[in-house]
Write a protein that binds this ligand. Structure first.
Ligand SMILES: C[S@@+](CC[C@H](N)C(=O)[O-])C[C@H]1O[C@@H](n2cnc3c(N)ncnc32)[C@H](O)[C@@H]1O
Length: 221
């Protein structure tokens, strides 16, 4: 497909600085995020997070989840196919991205997300549905988006004994020392020491194939 404008992509996304920058970029990217980025670049991150989440979070007693940085709702879409009984809510700063997520349907025709809340995750984000049994996130802890300071804002969203499965861009993880934040929170007795898994963000054949994310997996104490 020939575009009459350059497709929006990682260069713009990684160059963002503030929550307001994010609001502006995703307002113009929302309608084409999947067709021009996810599909063209073979972005598998939300699917990989949903699969890993479904592997590690126990089935019994864990059915109310929240997707952080929901975007167009791909992580919830894949997760609801793996676990049809779940209730999942979403939180994102961009109303335009959330409008896309609102259109995501499960195989039974119901909306994937029960509730979608517009919130800036650099701030405390207590929402009506909290505390949840578990939280997942793909693609939102990355350059120009959320840093380690936002991890603490997520803790109250999950109940004691609940799970976190958070994807973090590999270079961003090292550059902003996410390990230190996780060490602090675990020394304080707030969370368990995370297990870190590596996943591929793009499919084989993508120009970005080889880019990886670290996934921090831990529970709330
Ligand atoms: C690259 S997209 C990822 C979306 C989706 N999780 C996925 O993997 O396709 C990053 C998302 O983070 C959201 N975001 C960026 N900064 C944010 C903030 N401060 N608070 C909440 N959401 C934010 C953006 O609006 C966008 O929807």
């Amino acid at each position: 497909m020939e575009l009459d404008r350059p497709a929006i992509g990682l260069d713009e996304a990684y160059a963002l600085r503030t929550p307001e920058d994010n609001r502006r970029l995703y307002a113009k990217w929302a309608a084409t995020y999947e067709s021009e980025f996810v599909d063209v670049k073979k972005y598998r991150y939300p699917k990989a997070i949903a699969e890993l989440f479904s592997e590690v979070v126990p089935q019994s007693g864990f059915d109310r989840f929240v997707d952080i940085g929901t975007g167009t709702g791909l992580a919830g879409y894949f997760l609801s196919a793996l676990r049809p009984q779940i209730v999942i809510d979403g939180i994102d700063i961009s109303p335009e991205m959330l409008a896309q997520a609102r259109g995501k349907l499960r195989s039974d025709g119901q909306q994937v997300y029960a509730d979608l809340q517009e919130r800036d995750l650099t701030q405390n984000v207590i929402t009506p549905g909290a505390p949840y049994d578990a939280l997942l996130s793909s693609g939102t802890f990355t350059h120009g988006h959320l840093g380690p300071g936002a991890i603490g804002n997520l803790i109250p969203l999950v109940r004691s004994g609940g799970w976190f499965v958070i994807g973090i861009n590999n270079e961003h993880f090292a550059a902003l020392d996410f390990a230190k934040e996780f060490d602090n929170l675990s020394v304080l007795g707030v969370i368990t020491q995370p297990k870190i898994e590596l996943i591929d963000v793009y499919e084989v054949g993508s120009v970005h194939h080889g880019d990886q994310a670290r996934v921090a997996i831990f529970t709330r104490k």
